[in-house]
Design a protein around this ligand. Sequence first.
Ligand code: ZN
Length: 292
Amino acid sequence: MTESGMSRRRLFGTALAAGFAATGCGTAQSSTAAAQPSSTSRAARPVASDSAVVAKTGPAPQDNSPAAVVARHAGEQPRQWDVAMPGITSTFAFTGKQMALTFDACGGPGGNDMDESLVNFLIAQQIPATLFLNKRWIDANQERAARLALNPLFELGNHGVAHRPLSVNGRAAYGIKGTASAQEVVDEVWANHERLSGLVGRPPRFFRAGTAHYDEVAVDIVNELGEIPVGYSINADYGATASAAKVQAAMNAAAPGAISLAHMHRPQGGTGAGMIAALPTIRAMGFTFVHL
Ligand SMILES: [Zn+2]
């Protein structure tokens, strides 16, 4: 089996201690259940003489259309604001020494480039990764996005429409104003959900908000829309600002089940060189890189 074939869908809850340098560490819970329709148990019920009546009296499946999700969460007041909390996947259920690499393409002014040396290195070394693409980046890089979508090394995740922190009441992170209502949260997720569905041929499974910040209502909304909010356990390039040496040092936190966060849109930064230096060493330590 190839590394990229060893995708793991079962997610688990223990966040690693490493990596939450600036933001504090929470505990991620399994979030797959929230994305699953709950029809199995009802299908197993005994059939009464009038099965039509039984069908009518059973609980209705939750409507997870964007409009229904907005209506369900309108006006809810959140209490949390962080990069890690229950419902966000910060680590994954590993088998042996596996870790997952994620790279964000943030899009917008200053964020629409691609680090070709990094992406070409991943391809040459056959290193799988999950790439979180912002809709503005896809729109500015349609040929590149189509090529990445065709390469089985890469799983494409949703990095939002306008790269806003995911809040229902306008919380900001790093000076970037967040979404300000349940409707704006859904809008930030959904147009790129549809864009990626068209690009890849199936809906994206994973979401990461711009700045990776969420409140707990937004986390619920993303899960109900069928995407799993993904955080990280290794902050590898500090928002694409770190030097190559600092990226390489951050990747020393490689651990089974770790999810690293770095950026692929800034070829002039240190991320590419740092990763190209670090990844062969991590492999030599016996790690394999896998999809989430
Ligand atoms: Zn980003």
